[in-house]
Design a binder for this molecule. Structure first.
Ligand code: MSP
Length: 503
């Protein structure tokens, strides 16, 4: 059984979750649900990034200890993710003992292998990015290009990671794996960074103590990024279960925003190589959700929208669907409340929800409430086959918006088919049965394909169609084959699955 190990970044605990973070988390959730339906062995991970100067400072500002700050905001992420129905298998916190162990073990290996040395570092540091900047990359007055806030001059005696030693091996990896980073534009960006030539980087801090101690030097803790990236290895047993690590690591897929591309696609693979790990992860990179053209972020002036504000209006499933369908994975994308509502109304209230209730009503009136079997040569069979092929390829390429587009086409075409045939005007008999059997079958398949984004509504629709078991356990691709609906099942009506929302 193929394995698929998917991760979100771990989120900083200096503030609460917003819908920019949620876009990443829901994408991972939908993609992993798709892989579960394909029968893959799936493990999905999310969590919180709790060390470093940024967290230490925001704790001080809030009159808390860093641990209190971390506990509070880690819980907020956990709750937010439950609130959007994330089916993550694990939630990691970098303050957990399992993670301390893994960080120390992995970086000790890099040290033992000769890739770590001591030196002095001076430079401009943006605390919000937790990163040093070259002077040329800063704006006027040494302001950070991302946060537009002043960077600070820092001088530290630090341990350095010999990143430069990995130039050629990283290039070889890019050459050998053409889809190591998707979409391709981000792969080009990473190759551009590599082409400029890699310089060694500082990997410890002696100026703060909110971090994981360096095993070979008591005065230092690891720089938060070196600690954070290792979470992905911790969670599949790097320190405590080598067999488990060996099984899952080759299947790693990291889903990240474009701002953390360099750390993930250059530093992290080099760290893995330094520790003697051969398999490199795959990376899937997305842009930002923007509000009024600006990145929605914790520190900027842009309003932050909490996911709960949207689920209150659209419901959990409605929000998940509109979020993924409205924002293609890759480019930056403007977030608009109005277009989310419109998307919900068009796709779910008027199309999918309407199809499920229409089918139940007409079968109730014209077929004694018992669903007829579909016709083998239905015109909808071809629509389904084509849409499935497109959707499957799009999910595979991590393009949920395209996958959903293809899936909704089934729903739209089925509604049109009903509109053209007007079974509600026919007398009960074989003609109505033929049309309604086809409509139920198309609705069944659309329900299967929509499960990754609208899991609860899909289960409810499944029951209304009188089908056995759950959608979750339907195997793909077989469950998308035309003709799976046996006929003879009792179809039931109910409240609208997706009531219309006023714009
Ligand atoms: N803690 C680091 C990641 C360490 S992973 C080993 C971090 N955390 S973060 O909380 O600042 O960001 C987490 C993720 O949310 C990043 O992938 C980032 O790109 C994403 N987003 C934050 N704001 C975003 C938008 N406005 N839109 C889309 N994603 C954005 O970075």
């Amino acid at each position: 059984m193929p394995r698929y190990y998917a991760t979100t970044p771990i989120f900083y605990v200096n503030d609460a979750p917003h819908i920019g973070h949620t876009y990443n988390a829901v994408t991972v959730d939908a993609v992993t649900r798709w892989h579960r339906m394909l029968g893959d062995d799936v493990w999905s991970l999310t969590g919180t990034d709790e060390h470093g100067l940024k967290v230490q400072r925001s704790a001080e500002e809030n009159g808390r200890t860093p641990q209190e700050q971390a506990d509070l905001n880690s819980d907020r992420f956990r709750e937010a993710w439950a609130g959007v129905n994330l089916a993550n298998d694990d939630f990691i916190r970098t303050t957990e003992p399992r993670h301390h162990q893994a960080v120390q073990a992995l970086l000790q290996k890099a040290y033992d292998n000769g890739f770590v040395y001591q030196d002095t570092y001076e430079g401009w540091y943006c605390v919000r990015c937790e990163a040093y900047y070259e002077e040329d990359d800063l704006l006027d007055d040494h302001h950070c290009p991302i946060h537009k806030a002043p960077a600070e001059w820092m001088t530290e005696e630090n341990w350095f990671f010999k990143l430069s030693a990995f130039q050629e091996r990283l290039e070889a990896w890019f050459e050998a794996v053409p889809d190591n980073i998707t979409p391709g534009g981000y792969r080009n960006e990473a190759m551009g960074i590599l082409k400029l030539g890699l310089r060694d980087v500082s990997m410890t801090r002696s100026s703060i103590d909110w971090g994981i101690p360096v095993p070979w030097d008591d005065d230092h803790v690891f720089y938060v990024w070196y600690d954070a990236l290792i979470n992905y290895a911790t969670a599949v047993g790097y320190a405590d279960d080598p067999e488990r690590f060996e099984a899952w690591w080759p299947a790693a897929h990291h889903f990240i925003g474009k701002d953390i591309l360099r750390f993930h696609t250059i530093y992290w693979p080099a760290m893995l190589m330094a520790a003697g790990i051969e398999d490199m992860p795959h990376f899937h990179v997305h842009g930002f959700l923007l509000l009024g053209g600006e990145k929605m972020s914790k520190s900027g002036n842009v309003t932050k929208i909490a996911p709960s504000e949207m689920t209150e209006v659209l419901g959990v499933d409605g929000f998940r669907h509109a979020l993924l369908r409205d924002h293609p994975f890759g480019p930056d994308s403007e977030f608009s409340y109005e277009s989310m509502v419109e998307r919900y109304n068009t796709d779910l209230a008027n199309n999918y929800g309407n199809l499920i209730s229409r089918v139940a009503t007409v079968v109730g009136k014209k077929c004694d409430g018992v669903g007829p079997a579909p016709q083998a040569d239905s015109p909808l069979a071809a629509v389904v086959a084509e849409s499935y092929a497109t959707a499957a390829e799009a999910w595979d390429k991590v393009q949920p918006s395209q996958a959903l587009d293809a899936t909704i086409r089934i729903v739209r075409d089925t509604n049109e088919y009903l509109q053209q045939n007007e079974p509600w005007k026919m007398d009960p008999g074989p003609e109505v049965d033929a049309v309604m059997g086809d409509a139920i079958e198309a609705a069944r398949i659309a329900t299967v394909l929509l499960w990754p984004t609208i899991p609860e509504a899909a289960e409810a629709a499944w029951k209304r169609l009188g089908l056995d078991g759950t959608v979750a356990e339907q195997p793909l691709p077989a469950a998308a084959d035309w003709g799976g609906y046996p006929g003879g099942l009792t179809v039931s009506t109910g409240d609208p699955l997706f009531p219309r929302v006023k714009g």
